[in-house]
Write a protein that binds this ligand. Structure first.
Ligand code: GDP
Ligand code: IMO
Ligand code: MG
Length: 423
Protein backbone atom coordinates (compact mmCIF):
# COMPACT_ATOMS: atom_id res chain seq x y z
CA UNK A 1 0.00 0.00 0.00
CA UNK A 2 1.51 3.38 -0.99
CA UNK A 3 1.32 6.61 1.07
CA UNK A 4 -2.36 7.33 1.56
CA UNK A 5 -4.22 10.13 3.28
CA UNK A 6 -7.54 9.05 4.71
CA UNK A 7 -10.08 11.81 5.34
CA UNK A 8 -13.63 11.98 6.56
CA UNK A 9 -15.68 13.15 3.57
CA UNK A 10 -18.68 14.40 5.56
CA UNK A 11 -19.06 15.86 9.09
CA UNK A 12 -16.93 13.35 11.00
CA UNK A 13 -17.69 9.92 12.51
CA UNK A 14 -17.71 8.32 9.08
CA UNK A 15 -15.93 5.21 10.41
CA UNK A 16 -12.35 6.39 9.84
CA UNK A 17 -11.01 4.44 12.84
CA UNK A 18 -12.46 1.19 11.58
CA UNK A 19 -11.07 1.69 8.06
CA UNK A 20 -7.64 2.75 9.36
CA UNK A 21 -7.46 -0.37 11.52
CA UNK A 22 -8.36 -2.50 8.48
CA UNK A 23 -5.82 -0.80 6.19
CA UNK A 24 -3.04 -0.79 8.79
CA UNK A 25 -2.55 -4.47 7.98
CA UNK A 26 -0.86 -3.27 4.75
CA UNK A 27 0.85 -0.16 6.19
CA UNK A 28 4.08 0.41 8.14
CA UNK A 29 3.28 3.70 9.82
CA UNK A 30 0.02 5.42 10.81
CA UNK A 31 0.10 9.19 11.38
CA UNK A 32 -2.37 11.56 13.05
CA UNK A 33 -1.72 15.08 11.83
CA UNK A 34 -4.51 17.33 13.12
CA UNK A 35 -7.24 17.61 15.70
CA UNK A 36 -7.01 16.39 19.26
CA UNK A 37 -9.05 14.32 21.66
CA UNK A 38 -12.21 15.81 20.17
CA UNK A 39 -11.88 12.78 17.86
CA UNK A 40 -13.41 9.45 18.82
CA UNK A 41 -12.41 6.59 16.54
CA UNK A 42 -14.09 3.24 17.18
CA UNK A 43 -12.61 -0.14 16.34
CA UNK A 44 -14.22 -3.50 17.02
CA UNK A 45 -12.04 -6.61 16.94
CA UNK A 46 -13.61 -9.97 17.72
CA UNK A 47 -16.38 -8.20 19.61
CA UNK A 48 -13.95 -6.08 21.72
CA UNK A 49 -14.55 -2.36 21.32
CA UNK A 50 -11.79 0.24 21.50
CA UNK A 51 -12.35 4.01 21.24
CA UNK A 52 -9.23 6.03 20.42
CA UNK A 53 -9.04 9.79 20.82
CA UNK A 54 -5.42 10.85 20.28
CA UNK A 55 -3.55 7.63 19.55
CA UNK A 56 -3.68 6.53 15.90
CA UNK A 57 -6.02 3.61 15.17
CA UNK A 58 -3.05 1.59 13.91
CA UNK A 59 -1.97 0.92 17.52
CA UNK A 60 -4.01 -2.28 17.72
CA UNK A 61 -1.69 -3.97 15.20
CA UNK A 62 1.47 -4.81 17.12
CA UNK A 63 4.21 -4.50 14.54
CA UNK A 64 3.20 -1.07 13.22
CA UNK A 65 4.48 2.35 14.24
CA UNK A 66 2.08 5.14 15.17
CA UNK A 67 2.93 8.83 15.04
CA UNK A 68 1.20 11.83 16.61
CA UNK A 69 2.34 14.61 14.30
CA UNK A 70 3.12 18.27 14.84
CA UNK A 71 -0.33 19.43 13.68
CA UNK A 72 -2.15 17.66 16.51
CA UNK A 73 -3.13 19.46 19.72
CA UNK A 74 -2.51 17.18 22.63
CA UNK A 75 -3.92 17.11 26.14
CA UNK A 76 -1.04 15.49 28.07
CA UNK A 77 -3.13 14.24 31.01
CA UNK A 78 -5.76 12.77 28.72
CA UNK A 79 -3.11 11.12 26.51
CA UNK A 80 -1.48 9.46 29.52
CA UNK A 81 -4.92 8.10 30.48
CA UNK A 82 -5.43 6.77 26.96
CA UNK A 83 -2.00 5.10 26.87
CA UNK A 84 -2.51 3.48 30.28
CA UNK A 85 -6.05 2.41 29.41
CA UNK A 86 -4.76 0.58 26.34
CA UNK A 87 -1.84 -0.98 28.24
CA UNK A 88 -4.25 -2.28 30.90
CA UNK A 89 -6.13 -4.04 28.10
CA UNK A 90 -2.92 -5.67 26.87
CA UNK A 91 -2.28 -3.35 23.92
CA UNK A 92 1.41 -2.62 23.36
CA UNK A 93 2.17 1.11 23.62
CA UNK A 94 5.90 1.72 23.84
CA UNK A 95 8.49 2.20 21.11
CA UNK A 96 5.65 1.80 18.58
CA UNK A 97 4.35 5.30 19.46
CA UNK A 98 6.15 8.53 18.58
CA UNK A 99 4.93 11.98 19.56
CA UNK A 100 6.06 15.13 17.79
CA UNK A 101 8.01 17.58 19.92
CA UNK A 102 6.18 20.38 18.08
CA UNK A 103 2.60 19.34 18.82
CA UNK A 104 0.83 22.02 20.85
CA UNK A 105 -0.52 21.23 24.29
CA UNK A 106 -4.15 21.49 25.34
CA UNK A 107 -4.10 22.75 28.93
CA UNK A 108 -6.84 23.08 31.57
CA UNK A 109 -7.48 26.76 30.80
CA UNK A 110 -8.21 25.84 27.17
CA UNK A 111 -10.90 23.39 28.31
CA UNK A 112 -12.43 25.92 30.73
CA UNK A 113 -12.46 28.69 28.13
CA UNK A 114 -13.98 26.35 25.52
CA UNK A 115 -16.89 25.67 27.88
CA UNK A 116 -17.29 29.30 28.97
CA UNK A 117 -17.25 30.68 25.43
CA UNK A 118 -19.85 28.12 24.38
CA UNK A 119 -22.20 29.07 27.22
CA UNK A 120 -21.71 32.76 26.42
CA UNK A 121 -22.87 32.13 22.85
CA UNK A 122 -26.25 30.83 24.04
CA UNK A 123 -28.42 29.96 21.03
CA UNK A 124 -25.47 30.53 18.67
CA UNK A 125 -23.22 27.92 20.26
CA UNK A 126 -21.10 25.65 18.07
CA UNK A 127 -21.74 22.53 20.10
CA UNK A 128 -18.03 21.81 20.61
CA UNK A 129 -16.75 18.71 22.38
CA UNK A 130 -15.48 21.04 25.17
CA UNK A 131 -12.04 19.45 24.96
CA UNK A 132 -10.33 22.86 24.61
CA UNK A 133 -9.47 22.36 20.96
CA UNK A 134 -10.43 25.83 19.66
CA UNK A 135 -8.61 27.78 22.42
CA UNK A 136 -5.49 25.58 22.00
CA UNK A 137 -5.30 26.19 18.24
CA UNK A 138 -6.01 29.89 18.91
CA UNK A 139 -2.98 30.03 21.25
CA UNK A 140 -0.90 28.30 18.56
CA UNK A 141 -1.89 30.94 16.00
CA UNK A 142 -1.47 33.69 18.59
CA UNK A 143 2.03 32.31 19.32
CA UNK A 144 1.34 31.87 23.01
CA UNK A 145 1.09 28.08 22.95
CA UNK A 146 3.20 25.54 24.81
CA UNK A 147 4.41 22.46 22.97
CA UNK A 148 5.22 18.86 23.91
CA UNK A 149 8.92 19.69 23.52
CA UNK A 150 8.56 22.20 26.35
CA UNK A 151 7.67 19.32 28.70
CA UNK A 152 11.25 18.10 28.32
CA UNK A 153 12.58 21.21 30.10
CA UNK A 154 10.62 21.10 33.38
CA UNK A 155 11.92 24.31 34.98
CA UNK A 156 11.40 26.46 31.94
CA UNK A 157 8.05 24.76 31.31
CA UNK A 158 6.87 25.52 34.86
CA UNK A 159 7.86 29.18 34.42
CA UNK A 160 6.12 29.55 31.04
CA UNK A 161 3.00 27.66 32.15
CA UNK A 162 2.65 29.67 35.39
CA UNK A 163 2.71 32.88 33.34
CA UNK A 164 0.05 31.56 30.94
CA UNK A 165 -2.15 30.37 33.81
CA UNK A 166 -2.04 33.79 35.43
CA UNK A 167 -2.94 35.49 32.12
CA UNK A 168 -5.80 33.07 31.52
CA UNK A 169 -7.03 33.23 35.11
CA UNK A 170 -7.78 36.93 34.59
CA UNK A 171 -10.12 36.02 31.72
CA UNK A 172 -11.60 33.04 33.57
CA UNK A 173 -12.41 35.21 36.60
CA UNK A 174 -13.96 37.88 34.40
CA UNK A 175 -16.26 35.24 32.93
CA UNK A 176 -17.35 34.26 36.45
CA UNK A 177 -15.47 30.99 36.86
CA UNK A 178 -13.07 29.85 39.58
CA UNK A 179 -9.41 30.52 38.68
CA UNK A 180 -6.94 27.65 38.30
CA UNK A 181 -4.24 26.85 40.84
CA UNK A 182 -0.93 27.34 38.97
CA UNK A 183 0.85 24.82 41.20
CA UNK A 184 -1.74 22.08 40.66
CA UNK A 185 -1.75 22.53 36.89
CA UNK A 186 2.05 22.69 36.66
CA UNK A 187 2.41 19.57 38.82
CA UNK A 188 -0.13 17.48 36.90
CA UNK A 189 1.26 18.60 33.53
CA UNK A 190 4.83 17.79 34.53
CA UNK A 191 3.78 14.42 35.93
CA UNK A 192 2.14 13.62 32.57
CA UNK A 193 5.18 15.05 30.77
CA UNK A 194 7.47 12.66 32.61
CA UNK A 195 5.43 9.69 31.37
CA UNK A 196 5.27 11.08 27.82
CA UNK A 197 8.95 12.09 27.59
CA UNK A 198 10.23 8.78 26.12
CA UNK A 199 7.72 9.08 23.25
CA UNK A 200 8.57 12.71 22.34
CA UNK A 201 10.89 13.26 19.38
CA UNK A 202 11.30 15.05 16.06
CA UNK A 203 8.76 12.96 14.13
CA UNK A 204 9.52 14.78 10.85
CA UNK A 205 12.99 13.23 10.81
CA UNK A 206 11.53 9.79 11.59
CA UNK A 207 8.89 10.05 8.84
CA UNK A 208 11.52 11.11 6.29
CA UNK A 209 13.68 8.11 7.23
CA UNK A 210 10.66 5.92 6.47
CA UNK A 211 10.08 7.76 3.19
CA UNK A 212 13.72 7.32 2.20
CA UNK A 213 13.35 3.56 2.41
CA UNK A 214 11.89 2.03 -0.74
CA UNK A 215 8.14 1.38 -0.96
CA UNK A 216 7.10 3.21 2.18
CA UNK A 217 3.54 2.53 3.24
CA UNK A 218 2.25 5.40 5.27
CA UNK A 219 -1.32 5.97 6.31
CA UNK A 220 -2.51 9.39 7.44
CA UNK A 221 -5.50 9.15 9.75
CA UNK A 222 -7.75 12.16 9.38
CA UNK A 223 -9.80 13.29 12.33
CA UNK A 224 -13.17 15.06 12.07
CA UNK A 225 -14.48 15.52 8.52
CA UNK A 226 -14.29 17.79 5.49
CA UNK A 227 -17.21 20.04 6.47
CA UNK A 228 -15.69 20.63 9.90
CA UNK A 229 -12.54 22.05 8.25
CA UNK A 230 -11.67 25.54 9.50
CA UNK A 231 -11.32 26.80 5.88
CA UNK A 232 -13.66 24.61 3.84
CA UNK A 233 -16.29 23.65 6.39
CA UNK A 234 -19.57 25.22 7.44
CA UNK A 235 -17.87 28.10 9.26
CA UNK A 236 -18.29 29.00 12.12
CA UNK A 237 -19.80 25.58 12.90
CA UNK A 238 -16.45 23.85 12.39
CA UNK A 239 -13.48 22.62 14.36
CA UNK A 240 -10.22 24.59 14.48
CA UNK A 241 -7.93 22.55 12.24
CA UNK A 242 -7.59 21.66 8.56
CA UNK A 243 -9.37 18.34 8.38
CA UNK A 244 -9.01 18.16 4.59
CA UNK A 245 -6.13 16.31 2.93
CA UNK A 246 -3.73 19.29 2.88
CA UNK A 247 -3.71 19.23 6.67
CA UNK A 248 -2.00 15.83 6.61
CA UNK A 249 1.09 17.38 4.96
CA UNK A 250 1.39 20.50 7.10
CA UNK A 251 0.54 18.48 10.19
CA UNK A 252 3.24 15.86 9.63
CA UNK A 253 6.02 17.42 7.55
CA UNK A 254 5.50 14.91 4.75
CA UNK A 255 5.42 16.87 1.48
CA UNK A 256 2.51 16.67 -1.02
CA UNK A 257 4.66 15.05 -3.73
CA UNK A 258 5.09 11.98 -1.49
CA UNK A 259 1.35 11.33 -1.29
CA UNK A 260 0.02 8.68 -3.67
CA UNK A 261 -3.67 8.41 -2.80
CA UNK A 262 -6.43 10.11 -0.90
CA UNK A 263 -9.16 7.89 0.45
CA UNK A 264 -12.45 9.45 1.49
CA UNK A 265 -14.47 7.66 4.15
CA UNK A 266 -18.21 8.26 4.00
CA UNK A 267 -21.30 6.80 5.52
CA UNK A 268 -23.98 5.43 3.19
CA UNK A 269 -26.10 8.20 4.72
CA UNK A 270 -25.01 11.37 6.61
CA UNK A 271 -24.59 12.28 10.27
CA UNK A 272 -23.51 15.38 12.12
CA UNK A 273 -22.96 16.04 15.81
CA UNK A 274 -23.02 19.61 17.10
CA UNK A 275 -24.73 22.65 15.63
CA UNK A 276 -24.71 24.02 12.09
CA UNK A 277 -26.50 23.59 8.76
CA UNK A 278 -27.24 20.08 7.49
CA UNK A 279 -29.39 20.13 4.33
CA UNK A 280 -30.39 16.44 4.22
CA UNK A 281 -31.14 16.12 7.96
CA UNK A 282 -34.23 13.98 8.50
CA UNK A 283 -35.77 13.62 11.94
CA UNK A 284 -37.51 10.33 11.07
CA UNK A 285 -34.21 8.79 9.99
CA UNK A 286 -32.55 10.07 13.19
CA UNK A 287 -35.32 8.46 15.27
CA UNK A 288 -35.02 5.20 13.35
CA UNK A 289 -31.22 4.97 13.86
CA UNK A 290 -31.39 5.98 17.52
CA UNK A 291 -34.08 3.36 18.16
CA UNK A 292 -31.69 0.82 16.63
CA UNK A 293 -29.03 2.00 19.15
CA UNK A 294 -26.95 3.54 16.35
CA UNK A 295 -25.43 6.98 15.97
CA UNK A 296 -24.42 8.09 19.43
CA UNK A 297 -21.12 10.02 19.60
CA UNK A 298 -17.93 8.15 20.55
CA UNK A 299 -16.44 11.14 22.43
CA UNK A 300 -19.38 12.92 24.09
CA UNK A 301 -22.15 10.30 23.82
CA UNK A 302 -24.41 12.89 22.18
CA UNK A 303 -27.07 11.60 19.77
CA UNK A 304 -25.87 12.34 16.24
CA UNK A 305 -28.17 14.16 13.84
CA UNK A 306 -28.91 11.89 10.87
CA UNK A 307 -29.94 12.46 7.27
CA UNK A 308 -29.83 11.04 3.76
CA UNK A 309 -26.72 10.76 1.63
CA UNK A 310 -25.76 14.13 0.18
CA UNK A 311 -24.03 13.76 -3.18
CA UNK A 312 -23.74 17.54 -3.64
CA UNK A 313 -21.58 18.14 -0.58
CA UNK A 314 -19.68 14.85 -0.95
CA UNK A 315 -18.79 15.64 -4.58
CA UNK A 316 -17.35 18.93 -3.34
CA UNK A 317 -15.45 16.98 -0.71
CA UNK A 318 -14.00 14.67 -3.39
CA UNK A 319 -12.89 17.78 -5.27
CA UNK A 320 -11.15 19.66 -2.47
CA UNK A 321 -9.47 16.60 -0.94
CA UNK A 322 -8.45 15.00 -4.24
CA UNK A 323 -10.21 11.79 -3.17
CA UNK A 324 -9.53 8.97 -5.61
CA UNK A 325 -10.77 6.07 -3.49
CA UNK A 326 -13.95 5.72 -1.49
CA UNK A 327 -14.67 3.69 1.61
CA UNK A 328 -18.43 3.58 2.14
CA UNK A 329 -19.37 2.53 5.67
CA UNK A 330 -22.56 1.70 7.53
CA UNK A 331 -24.30 0.36 4.45
CA UNK A 332 -26.06 -2.08 6.81
CA UNK A 333 -27.80 0.92 8.42
CA UNK A 334 -30.05 1.07 5.36
CA UNK A 335 -30.81 -2.67 5.25
CA UNK A 336 -34.41 -2.22 6.39
CA UNK A 337 -35.30 0.85 4.31
CA UNK A 338 -37.97 0.41 1.65
CA UNK A 339 -36.87 3.52 -0.25
CA UNK A 340 -33.63 5.45 0.13
CA UNK A 341 -33.28 9.12 -0.71
CA UNK A 342 -30.13 10.52 -2.29
CA UNK A 343 -29.63 14.28 -2.56
CA UNK A 344 -28.47 15.18 -6.08
CA UNK A 345 -28.93 18.97 -6.00
CA UNK A 346 -29.78 21.93 -3.79
CA UNK A 347 -32.42 24.57 -4.37
CA UNK A 348 -32.88 27.98 -2.79
CA UNK A 349 -36.29 29.20 -4.02
CA UNK A 350 -36.21 28.66 -7.78
CA UNK A 351 -32.39 28.80 -7.92
CA UNK A 352 -30.63 25.46 -8.45
CA UNK A 353 -27.13 25.00 -6.99
CA UNK A 354 -24.58 22.39 -8.00
CA UNK A 355 -22.15 23.20 -5.18
CA UNK A 356 -22.79 23.85 -1.50
CA UNK A 357 -22.69 27.59 -0.75
CA UNK A 358 -19.71 28.58 1.42
CA UNK A 359 -21.94 30.76 3.59
CA UNK A 360 -23.53 28.76 6.43
CA UNK A 361 -26.67 30.89 6.54
CA UNK A 362 -27.18 30.33 2.83
CA UNK A 363 -26.51 26.59 3.22
CA UNK A 364 -29.19 26.50 5.91
CA UNK A 365 -31.68 27.78 3.33
CA UNK A 366 -30.84 25.04 0.81
CA UNK A 367 -33.55 22.47 0.13
CA UNK A 368 -32.30 19.11 -1.11
CA UNK A 369 -33.41 17.72 -4.46
CA UNK A 370 -33.78 13.97 -4.01
CA UNK A 371 -33.90 10.90 -6.16
CA UNK A 372 -35.37 7.74 -4.64
CA UNK A 373 -33.64 4.40 -4.84
CA UNK A 374 -35.24 1.09 -3.91
CA UNK A 375 -34.01 -0.55 -0.70
CA UNK A 376 -32.80 -4.17 -0.63
CA UNK A 377 -34.54 -5.14 2.64
CA UNK A 378 -32.08 -7.88 3.50
CA UNK A 379 -29.27 -8.08 6.02
CA UNK A 380 -25.86 -7.28 4.57
CA UNK A 381 -23.82 -7.83 7.75
CA UNK A 382 -22.55 -11.25 6.73
CA UNK A 383 -21.42 -10.28 3.23
CA UNK A 384 -17.67 -10.75 2.74
CA UNK A 385 -17.39 -10.25 -1.04
CA UNK A 386 -18.97 -7.53 -3.14
CA UNK A 387 -20.92 -10.24 -4.95
CA UNK A 388 -22.47 -11.32 -1.60
CA UNK A 389 -24.34 -8.00 -1.41
CA UNK A 390 -27.92 -7.84 -2.73
CA UNK A 391 -28.05 -6.41 -6.27
CA UNK A 392 -29.92 -3.29 -5.07
CA UNK A 393 -27.25 -2.62 -2.42
CA UNK A 394 -24.54 -2.92 -5.07
CA UNK A 395 -26.50 -0.53 -7.29
CA UNK A 396 -26.77 1.93 -4.41
CA UNK A 397 -23.06 2.12 -3.60
CA UNK A 398 -22.15 2.25 -7.29
CA UNK A 399 -24.62 5.10 -7.77
CA UNK A 400 -23.04 7.04 -4.88
CA UNK A 401 -19.53 6.51 -6.29
CA UNK A 402 -20.71 7.63 -9.73
CA UNK A 403 -22.41 10.75 -8.39
CA UNK A 404 -19.40 11.91 -6.37
CA UNK A 405 -16.84 10.89 -9.00
CA UNK A 406 -14.38 8.54 -7.28
CA UNK A 407 -13.61 4.82 -7.33
CA UNK A 408 -15.23 2.50 -4.87
CA UNK A 409 -12.52 0.78 -2.86
CA UNK A 410 -14.10 -0.47 0.38
CA UNK A 411 -17.63 -1.22 1.55
CA UNK A 412 -18.25 -1.70 5.26
CA UNK A 413 -21.29 -3.58 6.51
CA UNK A 414 -20.72 -3.67 10.27
CA UNK A 415 -18.41 -2.35 12.99
CA UNK A 416 -16.22 -5.49 13.08
CA UNK A 417 -12.86 -5.75 11.39
CA UNK A 418 -14.11 -8.72 9.37
CA UNK A 419 -17.20 -6.84 8.15
CA UNK A 420 -15.21 -5.09 5.47
CA UNK A 421 -15.32 -5.74 1.73
CA UNK A 422 -12.29 -4.73 -0.35
CA UNK A 423 -13.02 -4.20 -4.02
P1 GDP B 1 -14.76 7.90 13.19
O1 GDP B 1 -14.73 9.04 14.12
O2 GDP B 1 -14.81 8.31 11.77
O3 GDP B 1 -13.66 6.89 13.43
O4 GDP B 1 -16.13 7.13 13.47
P2 GDP B 1 -16.76 6.79 14.92
O5 GDP B 1 -16.03 5.65 15.50
O6 GDP B 1 -16.91 8.02 15.73
O7 GDP B 1 -18.22 6.39 14.50
C1 GDP B 1 -18.48 5.39 13.59
C2 GDP B 1 -19.39 4.36 14.27
O8 GDP B 1 -19.85 3.45 13.30
C3 GDP B 1 -18.65 3.50 15.30
O9 GDP B 1 -19.56 3.12 16.28
C4 GDP B 1 -18.19 2.30 14.48
O10 GDP B 1 -18.02 1.13 15.28
C5 GDP B 1 -19.38 2.14 13.59
N1 GDP B 1 -19.12 1.56 12.27
C6 GDP B 1 -18.12 1.78 11.39
N2 GDP B 1 -18.39 1.17 10.22
C7 GDP B 1 -19.57 0.55 10.39
C8 GDP B 1 -20.41 -0.21 9.53
O11 GDP B 1 -20.12 -0.45 8.38
N3 GDP B 1 -21.58 -0.66 10.07
C9 GDP B 1 -21.96 -0.43 11.36
N4 GDP B 1 -23.10 -0.93 11.79
N5 GDP B 1 -21.21 0.30 12.17
C10 GDP B 1 -20.04 0.79 11.68
P1 IMO C 1 -14.04 12.29 14.63
O1 IMO C 1 -12.56 12.29 14.38
C1 IMO C 1 -17.75 14.53 14.71
C2 IMO C 1 -17.52 18.70 16.01
C3 IMO C 1 -18.18 19.08 17.31
C4 IMO C 1 -18.59 20.50 16.98
C5 IMO C 1 -17.41 21.01 16.15
C6 IMO C 1 -16.37 21.79 16.93
O2 IMO C 1 -14.46 11.32 15.67
O3 IMO C 1 -14.78 12.18 13.35
P2 IMO C 1 -14.46 21.07 18.65
O4 IMO C 1 -14.55 20.35 19.95
O5 IMO C 1 -13.63 20.40 17.63
O6 IMO C 1 -14.12 22.51 18.79
O7 IMO C 1 -15.99 21.06 18.09
O8 IMO C 1 -16.82 19.86 15.59
N1 IMO C 1 -16.54 17.59 16.09
C7 IMO C 1 -16.76 16.36 15.63
N2 IMO C 1 -17.86 15.82 15.08
N3 IMO C 1 -16.61 13.82 14.79
C8 IMO C 1 -15.50 14.36 15.31
O9 IMO C 1 -14.31 13.72 15.30
C9 IMO C 1 -15.54 15.67 15.80
N4 IMO C 1 -14.64 16.50 16.38
C10 IMO C 1 -15.27 17.67 16.54
O10 IMO C 1 -19.29 18.27 17.60
O11 IMO C 1 -19.72 20.50 16.15
MG1 MG D 1 -15.77 9.75 15.78
Amino acid sequence: MPNTILVGAQWGDEGKGKIIDFLTDEADVVVRSQGGNNAGHTIVIEGEKYVLHLIPSGILRKSKTCVIGNGVVLDPVSLVGEIQGLQERGVKVGKNLLISDSAHLVLPYHRILDGLRESQKGGKKIGTTKRGIGPAYADKAFRTGLRTGDLLKPDLFAEKLTKRIKENNAVIKELGEKPLSPKEVVDESLAAGQILAPFITNTVVFLHEVLAAKNSNMLFEGAQGTFLDIDHGTYPYVTSSNTTSGGACTGSGVPPNRIDHVMGVLKAYTTRVGEGPFPTEDSDLSKRFHAMGREFGATTGRARRCGWFDAVSTKYSVMINGIDQLAITNLDGLDEAEWIKVCVGYRIGSKKLDFPPTDSEELALCKPVYIDMPGWRKSTENAREFSDLPQKARNYVKKIAGLVGANLSIVSIGPGREQTIRL
